[in-house]
Design a protein around this ligand. Structure first.
Ligand code: UN1
Length: 505
């Protein structure tokens, strides 16, 4: 007798005010494995404005106590979270591959980026947070310090389900804020694990609240809520602009980390083999689903032939598959909607008469049909103004754009609305430095692809990529704190600045 196995799918709630609970409306949604769409990993609470209200109320109540907790004590919590992340790195990476699709080595890197950020912030908790500045008056001290904002809403994307939440949560919490965290609906499980770790590390109830759900419901309610002082958002330009408008209307501070259309400039004097290694990793790592992905290769005309030939040979060898399989080079893309969006761009490229060198199709061979797999796609003879050279595709699609010379290559690299990450490959130091000066982006690489940012440096972009904020690095607190300037006059008399300033004694 055969029986159909009934697989029990675990259910997860929101974490509000120190307890796990169902959505008030009782609604849930499913999170699934993009390598096998029929594999439902869990059912998760689907939050709406009532849940967000509960979370904000809990955060407001916890804020005074947490903001007055000494920073090194807050840092100890983050430090313990770093150790727990490290202990559970492998388990977290595997979960991430199952939920998001990126290959296991990259998932380990994503978790490692979270560990790095937690360690860095724990260390910073004992560092200086302001400066002492001389007064023009005698017996007067002036200094600055940082104060938290209040309740901060952190809205994160699915492509770096651990790294990006830690870029936001760790500095926001360390600065003394209470947080409402709304992770992407495609990757709630990794977010739930991160919240569990922060609770285990000793975060008091209400300081961190998790509301899972969609951007339209939970995200929207968080952005609109009058008692949320600031929003930190990473996602698309389109949604980011809506978030910015809503925040402007409510007088709310907002940090935006949006899209990219990153380019590597390959000059004819560069190490072509090295550039090909970089292009392959930059364009097809994480199936191209990075805001930093190298989606354009701007190649000096003399090098176009050898570069294209070598890259094409490597692209042809890329193996698609489940990210848990060590033989896989490129995992699935996140969901069906993205799969079709990526495919639409292949059609657009062909309509624009770019030359399709490889791919351009949804992959359906064998087991791939069960998941959301897209063939690594390479276009040649792409003109800088084409849509495939201007719009963020967020998939395994790259465009080779020939350039007449160095100046033309830099102009093409700079010629999009984005400004996240740009790279140059050259052996000529003068041209490398000239490119560093002239490339218009928040991050510039020399002889390395456009991906690979490290957490101890500022991360973010210019132009439509952001709104001036930088995450991580020495700038990590800027988004999550206010400056307070303190003047202490111990002269015992009224001293008027700009008026009573005396000459030398
Ligand atoms: C992103 O693409 O959203 O530099 C973040 C990198 C990673 C972070 C990427 N360290 O590619």
């Amino acid at each position: 007798m055969t029986e159909t196995a009934v697989v029990e799918v675990p259910t997860y709630g929101h974490y509000i005010g120190g307890e796990w609970r169902e959505a008030r409306g009782g609604d849930t949604f499913e999170t699934l494995n993009p390598a096998r769409r029929d594999e439902v990993l869990a059912r998760v609470a689907r939050g709406n404005e009532v849940d967000v209200q509960d979370a904000v109320t809990a955060a407001r109540a916890a804020f005074p106590g947490w903001s007055r907790t000494p920073m090194p004590v807050r840092g100890d919590v983050i430090g313990r979270a770093a150790r727990l992340l490290e202990e559970r790195k492998e388990e977290l990476a595997r979960l991430m591959t199952q939920e998001m699709g990126k290959v296991l080595t990259e998932a380990r890197g994503d978790v490692q980026e979270g560990i790095d950020m937690a360690k860095y912030m724990a260390g910073r908790s004992r560092g200086a947070v302001g400066e002492t500045v001389p007064s023009e008056l005698r017996q007067k001290r002036c200094f600055t310090e940082r104060v938290p904002l209040g309740v901060v809403g952190c809205i994160t994307p699915w492509n770096f389900p651990m790294a990006i939440p830690t870029w936001k949560l760790m500095p926001a919490l360390l600065a003394g804020n209470a947080v409402v965290f709304k992770p992407a609906e495609d990757t709630p499980l990794v977010a739930i694990r991160l919240v569990e770790i922060l609770i285990e590390a000793g975060l008091p109830a209400g300081v961190l609240n998790l509301v899972t759900g969609t951007g339209e419901e939970a995200g929207h309610a968080l952005v609109q809520h009058p008692e949320v002082t600031a929003i930190s958002f990473t996602g698309s330009v389109e949604v980011g602009r809506q978030v910015a408008v809503a925040c402007a209307g409510a007088g709310k501070r907002v940090g935006l980390e949006l899209g990219g259309k990153n380019a590597m400039v390959v000059l004819a004097d560069g190490d072509i083999e090295l550039a090909v290694d970089g292009a392959l990793w930059g364009a097809f790592g994480t199936s191209g689903q990075r805001c930093t992905a190298t989606s354009r290769m701007v190649v000096e005309r003399a090098a176009v032939g050898p570069f294209t030939e070598a890259l094409l040979a490597r692209v042809r060898q890329l193996r698609l598959g489940d990210g848990l399989d060590p033989a896989t080079d490129v995992g699935p893309v996140i969901n069906e909607r993205q799969l079709h969006r990526i495919h639409r761009y292949s059609e657009i490229g062909k309509e624009e008469s770019a030359r399709l060198l490889h791919g351009g199709a949804i992959a359906t061979a064998g087991a791939l049909e069960r998941g959301f797999f897209y063939t690594p796609t390479l276009f040649g003879e792409v003109a800088p103004g084409m849509r495939i050279a201007q719009e963020e595709i967020f998939g395994p699609t790259a465009a080779i754009i020939p350039a007449d010379d160095f100046d033309a290559a830099l102009a093409i690299a700079n010629g999009t609305r984005y400004g996240l990450s740009l790279a140059v490959y050259t052996r000529d130091l003068r041209r490398a430095m000239e490119a560093v000066d002239r490339l218009e982006a928040g991050i510039v690489y020399v002889n390395a692809p456009t991906i690979g940012a490290e957490i101890q440096l500022p991360f973010g972009g210019t132009k439509a990529t952001g709104n001036g904020h930088r995450e991580a690095g020495a700038t990590a607190f800027d988004e999550f704190s206010e400056w307070k300037t303190v003047y202490i006059d111990y002269s015992g008399r009224l001293q008027r600045a700009q008026i009573d300033t005396a000459g030398p004694a």
